[in-house]
Design a binder for this molecule. Structure first.
Ligand code: NAD
Length: 273
C-alpha cells in the first residue's frame, strides 16, 4: 500500500520546488481529536494549525487573551479545518485535568494531547524568587502532568493515544539565568519517558519535543547581542520557525510514528546533539 508520505516523497523527487504547493496531507489525522495547550499563539498555534491541516479537530487552550485564541481558530477555519478554544490555567492542576477529560467526553474521543503551554521566568539563581521558581514548575511541569492525567483515561479506553510534551533544548543542556525553566523542562523529559513505559501496553505513545531557538513572542524579548550569541551556536545558522516544530509534532501524532515512544525529538538546528 502506498501511503500519503510515499506519494509526497515521490512527487518531491520529481519536482522538489513544487512540494510546498501540494495540498496533499503528509500525515492523515482525519477524524482525530487533538488538544493543544497554549495553542493561542507562538509554537502552540503553529502546532494546532499543523494538526488541523492534517485533518484533526483541534481544541486549543489558553490562559488569558481571548483575541489570539480566536485568531488561531479563524486561521484554521479559513483553510477548512475544525477548531475551538477553551480557557483555563494549567497551573490549576484539577481544573486542567478536568478540562482535558471533558473534551474527550464532549467530543467522544481524544487521540492526541500536546502539552505545550509554558512560561519562562528568567533570572540568575541568586536573584531568583521562590515564587517564580514555584510558578514555573506549576505551569511547565505540574500543568503538563495534570493535562496528561486528564488524557490518559480516555486514551486507555480507546486503546490508543499520542501524548507529546513540548520541552526545550534548555532542559537538555541548561542555560545561565534559566535555572527554573531548565528544571521544569528537564523534568518533563523524565515524565515523558516514565509515561511511555507506563502506557505502552495500552498503545499510547508518549514523546517529547525539544525545540531550540524558535522565533516567537517568548524569544522576541531577547536583546540583539543575545540573539547573535545564540545564532553562533546553531550549525544551521538560523532560528527555527514555529511551523517547523508544528510539523514535527504532526509526525509524532501520526500513524507513521506508531513505533516511536519514550523519545525526545530535537528540533534545534543542530544546537545540541
Ligand atoms: P508563547 O509565550 O508565545 O506561548 C505560550 C502559550 O502558553 C500561550 O498560548 C499561553 O496562553 C500559554 N500559557 C502560558 N501560561 C499558561 C498557563 N498558566 N495556563 C495555560 N496556558 C498558558 O511561547 P512559545 O514560544 O510559543 O512557547 C511554547 C512552548 O514551547 C513553551 O512550553 C516553551 O517553553 C517551549 N519552547 C519555546 C522555545 C522558543 O524558542 N520559543 C524553545 C523551546 C521550547
Amino acid at each position: 500500500m502506498i501511503s500519503a508520505l510515499d506519494v509526497l516523497n515521490r512527487r518531491q523527487l520529481c519536482a522538489p520546488s513544487a512540494a510546498k504547493d501540494l495540498k496533499l496531507r503528509m500525515f492523515d489525522l482525519t477524524d482525530k481529536v487533538a488538544v493543544v495547550t497554549g495553542g493561542s499563539r507562538g509554537i502552540g498555534r503553529a502546532i494546532a494549525i499543523s494538526l488541523a491541516s492534517q485533518g484533526a479537530s483541534v481544541v486549543i487552550t489558553y490562559v488569558n487573551g481571548e483575541g489570539p485564541a480566536k485568531e488561531t481558530i479563524s486561521l484554521i477555519e479559513k483553510t477548512g479545518g475544525k477548531a475551538e478554544a477553551i480557557q483555563f490555567d494549567v497551573a490549576d492542576a484539577s481544573a486542567a485535568q478536568k478540562a482535558v477529560a471533558d473534551v474527550a467526553k464532549r467530543l467522544g474521543r481524544l487521540d492526541i494531547l500536546v502539552a505545550n503551554a509554558g512560561i519562562s521566568i528568567d533570572g540568575l539563581l541568586l536573584r531568583l524568587k521562590d515564587d517564580d521558581f514555584e510558578r514555573t514548575l506549576a505551569v511547565n511541569l505540574k500543568g503538563a502532568v495534570a493535562c496528561a492525567k486528564g488524557a490518559i483515561k480516555p486514551m486507555m479506553r480507546a486503546k490508543r493515544g499520542r501524548i507529546i510534551f513540548v520541552s526545550s533544548v534548555v532542559g537538555e543542556m541548561g542555560n545561565a539565568g534559566q535555572t527554573a525553566y531548565a528544571a521544569s523542562k528537564a523534568a518533563i523529559l523524565g515524565v515523558s519517558m516514565s509515561l511511555a513505559r507506563e502506557y505502552s501496553s495500552r498503545n499510547i505513545t508518549v514523546n517529547a519535543i525539544t525545540p531550540g531557538y524558535i522565533e516567537t513572542d517568548m524569544t522576541g524579548e531577547l536583546q540583539n547581542e543575545q540573539r547573535e550569541a545564540m545564532l553562533t551556536g546553531i550549525p544551521l545558522g538560523r532560528p527555527g520557525t514555529a511551523a517547523e516544530v508544528g510539523a514535527s509534532v504532526s509526525f509524532l501524532a501520526s500513524d507513521e510514528a506508531a513505533y516511536i515512544t519514550g523519545q525526545t525529538l530535537r528540533v534545534n538546528g543542530g544546537m545540541y546533539m
